[in-house]
Design a protein around this ligand. Structure first.
Ligand SMILES: [Zn+2]
Ligand SMILES: [Zn+2]
Length: 174
């Protein structure tokens, strides 16, 4: 998430398969925005995937530099609100089976997303799991500027995707 410095340990685990690209059927190969090689062991990047009723409806991987550029488009107030929300509600890493903010178990019929900060083939930090309810609550009162910036980002980089989603309602976990 925004403002958190990467601090990979010496023995970080590899990126789990659940965070591989459904589209590429393997690890995300490159940054969605600039095309940077994400398999490079020195490259930091952010993965975000959303499941709905067991199906991946949204996925993306962007390098840390592009993520920072994107976050600059968001209003400061929105970012602070969202960071505060996640900071205050974070209950710790409960594995990949439950929301890390409300503790509810993930339902295979429900919607949830997993975000992770990675470096090459490895996790730079433990993945973060957010259920749809918590993601919606975090984004409830984001500014129009931030919603528009995010909607533009999705439209420019993911034309036609995700299906059934309004661009500016795609949850984000920068
Ligand atoms: Zn990039
Ligand atoms: Zn939740």
């Amino acid at each position: 998430m925004a403002g958190v410095e990467p601090s990979p340990g010496e023995d970080t685990p590899p990126v789990p398969e659940v965070l591989h690209s459904a589209f590429h059927e393997g690890p995300f190969p490159r940054c969605l925005v600039c095309g940077a090689d994400l398999t490079d062991p020195g490259t930091f990047y952010q993965i975000q995937k959303t499941w709905r009723r067991g199906e991946v409806v949204f996925e993306m991987a962007i390098c840390a530099e592009c993520a920072v550029d994107q976050v600059r488009e968001f209003s400061r107030e929105s970012l602070e609100k969202m960071q505060a929300f996640f900071r205050e509600r974070y209950r710790g890493d409960g594995g990949l089976e439950q929301c890390h903010f409300c503790g509810r178990g993930l339902s295979p019929d429900g919607e949830y997303e997993i975000g992770a900060f990675c470096r090459g083939a490895f996790l730079a930090r433990p993945p973060v799991v957010v259920c749809a309810e918590c993601a919606a609550a975090a984004q409830e009162d984001l500014s129009r500027k931030t919603r528009d910036a995010w909607g533009r980002f999705i439209e420019e980089n993911l034309p036609g995707v995700p299906k059934e989603m309004e661009p500016d309602s795609v949850p984000f976990t920068f």
